[in-house]
Design a protein around this ligand. Structure first.
Ligand code: TWS
Ligand code: ZN
Length: 624
């Protein structure tokens, strides 16, 4: 692993400034660079770094991000007088030009690329470039927010081209949203862009809707744009650390970047008039330290904003000191993120759940959802069970029109279907783990539910029907394993391996169902390995509440506990008992154990003999 830290700085980048009166632009001053470099000298950090000279970025390099038309506009400002400069500046938001701006902007690009080359060639492990003008707001055809060329975006494109990198992480800890970087890489999954920024519900500059947490990227780039909008000022060390712990770092470790570019603005630090935040310089040491654990330590920090000269220069020093691997300073303040920060963090995590395993495989906050006909009974369910409202009519139409509309002519059937699909959809999308749906026409609902499962991409669904029910299903392809637990002997309606009829009569007083569940249902179910279990309780059920809750409890070992229970009955006792079993609020009482009747024992034996060749988990004797 390479060692050493590069520092790239040149006095020449202080050679432009605002020439006229403009309160919007007068904070971006040459002293920002001068005082930062002075402070680095003061702490003897400059002499500990490897000095790398700046160069100009070439036109070709600039055009990795910007249009030639825009490049020509910027070039033309070199020879303009003050009046002309002011006129060009007015074409952009929060921008000023000076005759030396073009030269400095080219040096800022070149300095950034020199840093990338030093790190990528192994000359150094990491480094920092102190540059002006900053870059993160500038766009293909526009200067914006003091930024002329997008130094960091150009560096990422350059690193992809020159070094064939496939994954680059850009961390923008400046207090403003680097929308310019977001636009460049929105559809690019090879560049992960992370930015936190003062947002205040879109009331803070640059006042963009697309700075919010729900801008996750587009097309192939979905999931590769992470925005953490701060909706209050005063965010401090613990808020920044929380955003790193709960958003950036888990995703970054899953992304496995090959290079990290930091849009290193310090207007997010304490004392800055723009950011109004409270993070102390030590915080930047810790942020740097965490990022150094990724990408083999290949980290390039490039200056963006920062307007409180003392805070800026101390924070720059903390960053460089950490890059040099000095011990970390103690971080101050009560370590508790504020409510508004937690809310933002929760929102980003929610928006990115579909794209990152580290966010996806969390225990769903709601374990069980229930859609029941009588909402008045809702209070009888365990409190942790979420009671569902119906799916809206439009959503339902999209499900139904895709299938045989004949089946759902009746209003009653439509309402039932609504319940079942609403809960199923939540399970499939992993918003809840399991669910219960009351349905007056369980057979129709189940047929639709199964169809929806396969549209969603499931491979195998175990469907256990308790009671009498006729399901018109194609069972030949093995995508459904249908087990029917019923009272009367079924005339074998199919010879499919995937249809099993279990003739069962339960003792009304005591639970004799153990032997069927353990001796037959579980072994077959585990042999099948379903992605989802659907239990349908139909009319004329031969199982009591105890038997059904036993079945429900023990099947939770399959399909990551994703179970849908469809109940035709509206008996609240049954719903209650199943809800208890699924939510796990209490260990259910299965009733006293009872040995099975002779009849039942023979039925299990018959099925076992008949099916153990196909379902190998049924075997419990070496003789047969
Ligand atoms: C900083 C653009 C106030 C609120 C928001 C000066 C007035 C002022 C200027 C533009 C600006 C400032 C950056 C970009 C930056 C404001 C102002 C924006 N601007 N970007 O007090 O640092 O990283
Ligand atoms: Zn900024």
């Amino acid at each position: 692993m390479a060692s050493g830290t590069a520092l790239i700085y040149d006095d020449e980048m202080t050679s432009y400034k605002l020439l006229w009166d403009d309160p919007e632009c007068d904070i971006e001053v040459p002293e920002r660079l001068l005082s930062s470099y002075e402070q680095l000298k003061h702490y003897h950090l400059v002499e500990r770094c490897i000095h790398v000279p700046v160069r100009e970025g070439t036109e070709e390099e600039i055009m990795l991000v910007h249009s030639s038309e825009y490049l020509e506009v910027v070039k033309s400002t070199q020879t303009m007088n003050e009046e002309e400069l002011q006129r060009v500046s007015e074409n952009y938001d929060a921008v000023y030009f000076h005759p030396n701006t073009y030269r400095c902007a080219k040096l800022a690009v070149g300095a950034t690329l020199q840093l990338v080359d030093s790190v990528m060639s192994g000359k150094v492990r990491n480094g920092m470039a102190l540059v002006r003008p900053p870059g993160h707001h500038s766009q293909r055809n526009a200067a914006n927010g003091f930024c002329v060329f997008n130094n960091v975006a150009i560096a990422a494109q350059y690193a992809k081209r020159r070094y064939g990198l496939q994954r680059i992480l850009i961390v923008d800890w400046d207090v403003h949203h680097g929308q310019g970087i977001q636009y460049v890489f929105e559809e690019d999954p090879s560049v992960l862009y992370y930015s936190w920024h003062r947002y205040e519900h879109q009331q803070f500059w640059p006042l963009l809707r697309e700075s919010d947490y729900d801008a996750v990227g587009q097309g192939k780039g979905k999931g590769f744009n992470l925005n953490v909008p701060w909706n209050k000022v005063g965010m401090g060390n613990s808020d920044y650390l929380a955003a790193f712990f709960h958003v950036l770092l888990p995703v970054a470790f899953e992304f496995v970047p090959e290079l990290i570019l930091v849009s290193s603005g310090y207007d997010s630090g304490i004392g800055d008039p723009e950011g109004q935040m409270n993070a102390t310089p030590e915080c930047f040491a810790h942020l740097t330290h965490f990022l150094m654990q990724l990408a083999n330590g290949r980290l390039c920090a490039v200056l963006e904003g920062g307007y409180h000269l003392k805070s800026l220069s101390e924070s720059v020093c903390m960053t460089v000191k950490t890059l040099l691997r000095d011990p970390l300073p103690q971080i101050s303040g009560e370590m508790a993120p504020c409510l508004s920060a937690i809310e933002s963090i929760q929102n980003v995590r929610g928006a990115h759940k579909p794209y990152w395993k580290c966010l996806m495989y969390e225990v769903p906050p709601v374990k069980t959802a229930a859609a029941i006909v009588s909402k008045a009974d809702a209070h009888l369910l365990p409190v942790s069970v979420q009671v569902e409202m119906e799916m809206n009519a439009q959503e339902l139409k999209t499900f139904v029109s895709a299938f045989d509309a004949e089946l759902v002519k009746e209003e009653k059937a439509l309402l039932s279907l609504q319940n079942v699909l609403a809960v199923l959809d939540k399970i499939l999308k992993k918003k809840v783990c399991s669910g219960i749906a009351e349905s007056s026409v369980a057979s129709v609902s189940t047929t639709f539910a199964l169809k929806h499962c396969f549209d969603f991409g499931l491979q195998r669904v175990l469907c256990i029907v308790v009671g009498d029910m006729d399901l018109e299903l194609d069972l030949d392809d093995g995508k459904i394993l249908l087990m029917n637990i019923c009272q009367k002997q079924q005339t074998e309606k199919t010879n499919s391996k995937y249809y099993i009829s279990l003739n069962w009569k339960e003792d009304a007083e005591r639970n004799n169902f153990f032997c069927a569940v353990l001796g037959f249902i579980l072994p077959v179910a585990y042999s099948y390995q379903p992605d989802l279990v659907i239990i349908v309780i139909g009319p004329n059920r031969s199982l009591g509440v105890n038997g059904i809750s036993l079945l429900t409890c023990l099947l939770q070992g399959l399909a990551e506990s994703q179970i849908l229970v469809v109940i035709q009955d509206t008996e609240i006792k049954l719903v209650q008992s199943v809800a208890k079993a699924l939510s796990g609020v209490s260990t259910p009482d299965f009733g006293a154990y009872a040995p099975a009747s002779q009849e039942n024992v023979l039925e299990i034996k018959r099925l076992r003999d008949q099916l153990q060749q196909e379902w190998k988990m049924l075997r419990c004797s070496v003789r047969d």
